[in-house]
Write a protein that binds this ligand. Structure first.
Ligand code: ADP
Ligand code: ZN
Length: 681
């Protein structure tokens, strides 16, 4: 009698799949993609069947005692083949255990539990009769052209939709989804978590009614489970979600859309360190369906792919209905302020005047600053001591008048005036945060209603929705916010946007700092004057800076993405930074500084040895190890080793050879591999 053995991706932190035997009762019934229950140590675990092997009795494929599969979880259909292949690719490419990856493909709860009546707002907002847009929008010429050129292609193709803010990209998505549904397929739309606002979901729901399912981080496990089943069983046809929605196994997937594809928040930095955009492209490849990437400021990765003709480029350079783009003015803050001592020195007379003018016309103003709190640094003017977090390598931020907070680990303490170092000086807040901007703006504009949108003020979706409604109803005159207000929002009366300090992101030790600044400034600017017709006075953007010659600013002035991309790509070519070459970052981490250093040294010498031994790896550069830009976070010391290569294939093989076997890593330290890292701090 022959026996059947299965390699099972077990949902547990194991580096590899395990082998189990099929019990006689299940012979012939088990299929690749089935979810099964298996014994693991003394407990039971779930796993996904990957591949089988038959052998003659007594010749088990492993010399260890092979345990039996307990049962098939018949609640779930086998995962679709294309989807399982994609999961295997994800596991391999990001060097993450297959069982931990397949584990993401299931809902958090069992659906057998009877749902209690929910007191919460519905996941997909109910439609109101006046909700925009109507079904018979006349497409603009640019929209028509883009649609027909996308429709020329069948099967897998990646399309980069490069359209200025307000050019009507969402309408293109809606049209493509409509066709997808008409063909009997389902659609997946990924957006950054932060732009999953009711404004966006409303637009989809207005067109497709109750065919929409939504997945994001604010749902309860029960809501998430319900949405998951609605898509998996085809009751809903379009799934809109943050990056994790990729892991919903959609049968019959016909279209993948990634909006704001340049957003770095598509990258997950913990556990499975995947990039949602790149995984979406691969998902489309395995499903053999088109993938649409949309942005007003594409990532240089995607841009280069269009230059190399791997992706198709589609441009939309006009705002719909002849609405004008805002004018952008750069204000040099090095030039001293006028004598008006009423105005704080972070506010230029130009911005102050423009605010008065805009408010005078009953229009709205948004002020943007990517820093929370009152002051980012508290220091002693006598001895220069800066007050840092005891757990992290970063200074504490002042909130309110006496509250010090670490923005990395949330450590709190009360501000004590006496300097703990010299015991003579008095600690003083230095610098600027949104909280300080708010209090000074309230003083300067006592008749205006001021609101703030940052993580201290807005802690959940309901609060954000409430704020958006107040902006829409004109209940707010001046909105002050961090990147929370940079994206996706569309307020008809918002005609002036001020960037308080464009320099915040300029000098981070990260080769993408300039790209991020450019994107952020362009996105923020895109909030201004979205509903002003050509011929009328356009919306205004004032950018305050101490570095008016910075390359990210030169190109934002004319909203010249193409010029910026050319400049930045040339800059990166010299050092072969992505998107020219590829990176893998290895972070060495642990509680003891010396042990971490030791592991980092060992890792580096392993890398250099392998590189020297194998000519295939000659092209690979081993950079470091060096202390990470933030040496200590949450009491963990962090070192970094960067691997740079020309192709991801060679680079991934290299890193797998060095780190596939972890037995050499000294106890008490860990090495975290990040393939195509985005955040290098
Ligand atoms: P983007 O996503 O490119 O920033 P949107 O899709 O949000 O642009 O479109 C901007 C605004 O224009 C929205 O209010 C949208 O409803 C409207 N719009 C889009 N396409 C058309 C069209 N063909 N005719 C009229 N209005 C349109
Ligand atoms: Zn801290």
């Amino acid at each position: 009698m022959s026996e059947e053995f299965w390699s099972v991706a077990v949902d547990a932190p194991l580096p590899q799949s395990l082998t189990y035997r099929s019990p006689e009762a299940l012979l012939g019934l088990l299929q690749r993609g089935h979810r099964v229950l298996i014994p693991l140590g003394r407990r039971k675990a779930t796993g996904v069947l990957l591949s089988s092997q038959t052998s003659v009795a007594g010749q088990a494929p492993s010399k260890f005692l092979v345990k039996e599969i307990l049962e098939i979880e018949t609640e779930f259909q086998p995962l679709p083949e294309y989807f399982l292949k994609w999961l295997e690719w994800v596991s391999q490419y990001y060097q993450h255990p297959i069982g931990s990856v397949t584990g993401l493909a299931y809902p958090p709860l069992s659906r057998k539990v009877k749902a209690r009546a929910s007191q919460r707002a519905p996941v997909v907002p109910l439609m109101t009769p006046d909700s925009q847009p109507n079904h018979s929008l006349k497409l603009t010429d640019e929209q028509t052209a883009v649609l027909s050129s996308i429709q020329k292609h069948d099967g897998f193709n990646v399309h980069l939709l490069f359209g200025v803010t307000g050019s009507g990209k969402t309408e293109v998505y809606l049209q493509l989804l409509k066709e997808t549904l008409e063909k009997g397929h389902l659609g997946l739309v990924l957006v950054p978590e932060i732009s999953l606002t009711p404004q966006l979901i409303h637009r989809f729901a207005a067109r497709f009614g109750d065919q929409i399912a939504v997945l994001h981080s604010q749902l309860t496990d029960r809501e998430r489970t319900t949405q998951w089943w609605d898509i998996v069983e085809g009751r809903k046809k379009i799934l809109i979600g943050a990056r994790s929605a990729l892991f919903c196994p959609i049968e019959n997937l016909g279209l993948v859309i990634v909006d704001e594809e340049h957003e770095s928040s598509f990258k997950q930095d913990e556990k499975l360190k995947y990039h949602g955009r790149d995984c979406a492209v691969m998902l489309g490849k395995f499903a053999n369906c088109p993938v649409i990437l949309g942005s007003a400021t594409p990532s240089l990765e995607s841009w280069k792919n269009t230059l190399d003709h791997r992706y198709q480029l589609h441009k939309m350079s006009q705002r719909v209905e002849n609405r004008s783009l805002p004018t952008v003015e750069i204000i040099d803050m090095r030039i001293k302020n006028s004598a008006n001592s009423e105005i704080p020195n972070w506010l230029s007379p130009q911005l102050f005047a423009a605010m008065n003018e805009t408010l005078g016309k009953q229009q709205q103003v948004a002020l943007f600053l990517n820093r929370r709190g009152v002051a980012p640094v508290v220091l002693c003017p006598s001895c220069g001591y800066t007050h840092e977090c005891p757990n992290c390598d970063i200074s504490l931020t002042l909130h309110g008048s006496t509250h010090l907070v670490c923005h990395y680990c949330d450590y709190h303490e009360d501000l004590k005036l006496q300097c703990p170092s010299c015991k003579k000086g008095e600690l003083k807040p230095v610098g600027l945060g949104t909280e300080l901007v708010q209090s000074e703006i309230e003083r300067l504009f006592p008749n205006s209603i001021v609101a703030r949108a940052d993580r201290d003020e807005i802690q959940n979706r309901v609060e954000l929705e409430d704020l958006i409604a107040r902006m829409e109803n004109g209940e707010i005159d001046i909105l002050i916010g961090t990147q929370m207000i940079a994206k996706g929002l569309d307020f008809p009366k918002l005609n002036l946007v001020g960037l308080i300090l464009a320099d915040v992101g300029f000098n981070l030790p990260d080769f993408r700092a300039t790209e991020r600044s450019f994107q952020l400034i362009t996105q923020v600017s895109g909030r201004a004057g979205r509903h002003i017709k050509k011929g009328e006075e356009p919306g205004k953007v004032l950018v305050q800076t101490y570095n008016p010659d910075h390359s990210s600013l030169q190109f934002t002035k004319t909203a010249d993405f193409i010029g910026f991309a050319k400049h930045e790509l040339a800059d990166r070519a010299a050092l072969n930074y992505p998107p020219h070459g590829r990176l893998i970052s290895c972070r060495i981490q642990g509680l003891h500084h010396e042990k971490v250093q030791e592991t980092a040294r060992l890792l580096a010498s392993r890398c250099r040895y392998l590189k020297g031994k194998n000519p295939v790896y000659a092209e690979i550069e081993v950079l470091g190890p060096a202390p990470a830009p933030l040496l200590k976070i949450r009491n963990q010391f962090r070192y970094q080793l960067l691997l740079k290569g020309l192709t991801s294939k060679t680079l991934n093989n290299f890193s797998f050879q060095v780190l596939g076997d972890e037995s050499w890593i000294p106890a008490g330290t860990r090495i975290l591999v990040d393939v195509d890292p985005i955040h290098l701090l």
